[in-house]
Design a protein around this ligand. Structure first.
Ligand code: FES
Length: 114
């Protein structure tokens, strides 16, 4: 899975792992990473420094995978829905509901499900 350095606090990351207490993203020694979104389960955002949120990557409109995080919004490529990186609520487009959120915490330098 390609990993590149991110540059802002509005990051996103994804992982294939799921389940309570399992690692879903590895920060290593770098505070911000961006991971390939393919085969992932979550979009992870950092709305404020060291405060992380994890959302389902499945758009609540018709189920496409969201594919971009930019300017405080998580975007779906299919019909233009955009969701808040803070609480997943729809901000633009046809999506009727927020992206479901999963509780996460930072543990040992990783973001894990809580
Ligand atoms: Fe995401 Fe339609 S499926 S906007």
């Amino acid at each position: 899975m390609p990993v590149t350095d991110g540059v802002t606090t509005n990051i996103w990351m994804l992982s294939t792992s799921t389940g309570t207490g399992r690692q879903i993203a590895d920060f290593g020694e770098r505070p911000v990473l961006m991971l390939d979104m393919e085969d992932a389960d979550y979009v992870i955002t950092q709305p404020t420094k060291n405060s992380f949120r994890a959302f389902s990557k499945v758009c609540t409109h018709q189920g496409c995978d969201v594919n971009k995080v930019e300017g405080g919004l998580i975007s779906c490529p299919c019909h233009g829905s955009q969701f808040s990186i803070t609480d997943g609520t729809p901000q633009n487009g046809p999506a009727p509901k927020p992206l479901p959120q999963t509780s996460v915490k930072v543990s040992g330098g990783n973001v894990v499900t809580a």
